[in-house]
Design a protein around this ligand. Sequence first.
Ligand code: LHQ
Length: 264
Amino acid sequence: MATAETVLAEKQDGFLRITLNRPDRLNAFNEEMHHALRGQLKVAAETSDIRAVLLTGAGRAFCAGQDLSDRDMRDGSEAPDLGVTLETLYNPLVRQIRALEKPVICAVNGVAAGAGANIALACDIVLAARSARFIQAFSKIGLVPDSGGTWLLPRLIGEARAKALAMTGEPLNADTAADWGLIWKSVPDEELQSEAQSLASRLASGATKGLAATKRLIQDAADQPLDRQLDDERDAQRLAGRSSDYKEGVSAFLEKRPARFTGT
Ligand code: LHQ
């Protein structure tokens, strides 16, 4: 399965592997790549036998953020309205990843800079190659962290580290990112793709409805008090308890065999 060449997509073992594919520009985003990526995420959302997504990059980088050659103002041309760029391209992408009712795993295979870093962090589980770096590059070009960065960073690593990363634009290596809790794991470069693949395939054979509700509950928790969260857990558990996968999970436990979840 392949779409426009800026993004490659391949169905594998119950999950959709999506590869950002502008390696000569370190997979920086142009408009075409935005649309191709969003199209593939829509396919993942709408296809019942795709039960997880694995997002990664081609070549030596994950993604260098916005393609700055699209933003050349050296001829005196007026700066484009970046609010419009965010409203029409980056914000819908982040919302789509967060709303997708399937686990989204990100395999950060190399540098992740600017919006590229924050789109990686918007995914549900982030693994990075040990040589990868996360760079809040925005301050270097006079911008603010976007694509959810100012919301995600302080929640993941606290205000002190978030502000320092954002204001200095210093690169953070994958091991430190994992130590700080910015990402799930740093793995040896040569093991990244196989580890991400086996995680994606494991989650793709999980109880999809329960995983979707888990994702939503944890995301929503950032904005609400415990009282409300307890109510939401009650409602989500009631639904999970009516799923076929719950019956199968309990039966498998009692029969001392692996569960065969169907995602229903
Ligand atoms: C690139 C880029 C790139 C074009 C590397 N664009 N070519 C949202 C709303 C609207 C507008 C503004 O932005 C945003 C959000 C953002 O994402 S803002 C932040 C944009 N990104 C950056 O500022 C990062 C710019 N890139 C870099 O700082 C470096 O390239 C990093 C640190 C990512 C990697 O450094 P190196 O490993 O030393 O690679 P390099 O710099 O030599 O890059 C390799 C090639 O890729 C090079 O092209 P060339 O033709 O010389 O081989 C770069 O020009 C190109 N490239 N990033 N964002």
